[in-house]
Design a protein around this ligand. Structure first.
Ligand code: FES
Ligand code: FES
Length: 168
């Protein structure tokens, strides 16, 4: 039996001890926003936040998770208002097929919040674990820049630019 807090709600699931966080979230809790790209820690499509830090949920055993989990479904407000990073991805045309996008957005939020969005090079470096087969990289960088430049300063990284918190 695994007890998790997912997007602010307590959830209990009975799973094999080898089950990954990604499979629990997608297959047992029916939150399918997080994607399984490679299942080997190589693409970033499964990125979630655990205790405020980004993790690759395909490499994380659900039984090992002790802190709250946030998925892409947590970002928009109940009235449908999008998180600033979601809005920026739309405005900057930062996706094509969209398969990588949930992971990209969660990593992008961390990039800004943690202060690693000081330059395009820094953004690309911080986002390098999230692959995009459609090659939307320049637009993704533009979306991160947009949020960086339109949100209040905060962060612990080298440039400590802005924050995209506020789950809407
Ligand atoms: Fe987890 Fe690719 S599905 S890194
Ligand atoms: Fe298609 Fe990134 S938008 S893989």
């Amino acid at each position: 039996m695994v007890d998790l807090t997912v997007n602010g709600e307590p959830r209990r699931v009975l799973v094999d001890v080898r089950t990954t966080l990604l499979d629990v979230i997608r297959e047992h809790l029916d939150l399918t926003g997080s994607k399984k790209g490679c299942d080997h820690g190589q693409c970033g499509a499964c990125t979630m936040r655990v205790g405020g830090s980004t993790v690759l949920s395909c490499l994380t055993l659900a039984v090992a998770v002790r802190e709250p989990v946030e998925t892409i479904e947590s970002l928009a407000a109940p009235d449908g208002t999008l998180h600033p990073m979601q809005q920026a991805f739309i405005e900057q045309d930062a996706f094509q097929c969209g398969y990588c996008t949930p992971g990209q957005i969660l990593s992008a939020i961390a990039c800004v919040e943690d202060g690693y969005a000081g330059s395009d090079h820094e953004i690309r470096d911080h986002m390098s674990g999230n692959l995009c087969r459609c090659g939307a990289y320049p637009h993704i960088v533009a979306a991160v820049r947009q949020v960086r430049d339109t949100t209040p300063a905060r962060g612990t990284g080298p440039t400590a630019h802005g924050t995209a918190t506020g789950r809407g």
